[in-house]
Design a protein around this ligand. Structure first.
Ligand code: ATP
Ligand code: MG
Length: 428
């Protein structure tokens, strides 16, 4: 499926001069992303494969709770934003068309989805609803930074729930908590669901999904069985000062940097009232729709995974996110028996439905191994003279750089596919 000799994977020995975050350095070096401007990034083919793996996980969990996928525009009239009171937000890009009509580039889609629901939802029979899309968001961030962790344009999955009352909202919210927990578990990331501080916004409740990582801008407070935003932890009545640090319920508190990867909110009628989203109940009374909004950013999940599992040699993907399952390396000249053996393995694995990146380039082992460790596919199979002589394909798991027992060369095709599949399932 993919031969490195013809694949766009521009790896680099040096990180960009301005890069500080591990994910920024490694994702550029591994040929996954390239920058076009401040906070503007292109996903190259291997990087996009990882991004789309996250998207697939999110989509399947949204569908499982009854979410209905759709697509709303990025370019929008300014009017709904004026109605919601958000037109003045500094992050919002504003523009006008050739006729002078005021437009915005959406930074989120509460206004758009509520605009539609106001037009099409009539009665209590039309509720509840969970609507979602994967769409580009544009934000004039004051400080784009750290590669794809904070960009001015990014893809978000945002879903919106619509209910008759607060009890319905609580139900839809609980469904999202379950879906988000499962999404995050499936990515293989280390994460915490923490209550956010909604006091300031007068909200009804919200949670953030935080991934601990060195480049994170937020801080979370952790103790056994406890995880919270630092601001929330500091307001906890059970918090006590002890020496240099704090304890909560007698347990020592540690503070870790983390990045917010997802955010879920009980909105109530904050948008339905100004935008006129209402319904008629059984008695014919007109009531505002109760809403929730739920965001998650695939790019941040990708970058957080890089940050959490990288070592000094490069990226080490959890298998759910890896661009390819197997990185097959051949060491040998054209027409050598090694080449012939590697070609056969490549064909066999593809036929067996395994995602393989085949390094068939005319390059030395040093360069090939360095690129394989940089890219971080979970399994590396190597076919060189030693393999041909011993009759065993060399196996290495990327995580921990562990050598596995060799796989038989030239045996039954199905046996090789089965053995690789088993190895794969044993990985983190
Ligand atoms: P932050 O506090 O980090 O700015 P936010 O509260 O503005 O995040 P939301 O508006 O809740 O973020 O967006 C939902 C999700 O979209 C976030 O959890 C994150 O995964 C992603 N996201 C938000 N801003 C960015 C950005 N500038 N670049 C990449 N992803 C982003
Ligand atoms: Mg923000």
């Amino acid at each position: 499926m993919t031969r490195l000799s013809g694949y766009l994977l521009p790896t680099e020995k040096q990180p960009p001069a301005d890069a500080e975050a591990i994910s920024h350095k490694l994702m550029v070096r591994a040929g996954l992303i390239r920058q076009m401007g401040a906070g503007m990034w292109t996903w190259l083919p291997a990087g996009w494969r990882v991004h789309q793996r996250v998207v697939a996980i999110i989509r399947s969990e949204m569908d499982a709770i009854g979410g209905q996928e759709m697509l709303m525009p990025v370019l929008q009239p300014a009017e709904p934003w004026r109605k919601s009171g958000r037109l003045e937000i500094e992050e919002l890009f504003k523009l006008s068309d050739r006729k002078g009509s005021e437009l915005v580039l959406a930074m989120t889609h509460e206004e758009a989805v509520t605009f539609h629901v106001a037009q099409v939802v009539r009665s209590y029979r039309d509720l509840p609803l969970i609507l979602y899309h994967f769409q580009i968001k544009e934000r004039d961030e004051p400080r784009p930074r750290a590669g794809v962790l904070r960009t001015r344009e990014f893809i978000m999955k945002d879903s919106y729930s619509f209910d008759r009352d607060q009890a319905g909202l609580e139900e839809r919210y609980a469904l999202h908590v379950g879906a988000y927990d499962r999404m995050m578990e499936r990515t293989g990331l280390r994460f915490y669901r923490v209550e956010s501080d909604v006091g300031m916004m007068g909200g009804l409740g919200a949670h953030e999904y935080m991934a601990p990582c060195p480049a994170g801008e937020d801080e979370i407070a952790l103790a056994p069985g406890y995880a919270a935003n630092v601001e929330v932890a500091l307001q906890n009545p059970d918090l006590h000062k002890s020496g240099e640090g704090y304890t909560i319920g007698g347990q020592e508190l540690s503070i870790e940097p983390a990045i917010e990867v997802g955010n879920i909110f009980k909105l109530g009628t904050r948008y339905s009232e100004p935008l006129g989203a209402s319904y008629l109940d059984e008695t014919g009374s007109e009531l505002p729709v109760w809403m929730g909004s739920y965001g998650i950013g695939p790019a941040r999940i990708v970058a957080a995974a890089v940050e959490q599992f990288a070592d000094e040699h490069g990226i080490s993907w959890p298998r759910a996110l890896a661009p390819f399952a197997v990185h097959l390396v051949v060491i040998g000249a054209a027409d050598s028996p090694e080449r012939q053996a590697a070609e056969e393995i490549y064909e066999t694995l593809i036929a067996g439905g395994i995602d393989v990146l085949y390094d068939d380039r005319e390059a030395g082992p040093g360069e090939k191994f360095a690129d394989a460790e940089l890219l971080g596919c979970p399994l590396r199979l190597t076919v060189g003279r030693r393999a041909v002589e011993s009759g065993e394909i060399e196996v290495q798991a990327r995580r921990g750089r562990r050598a596995g027992s060799g796989l038989p060369l030239g045996g039954e095709r199905e046996a090789l596919v089965r053995a690789v599949g088993e190895l794969w399932r044993s990985l983190p």
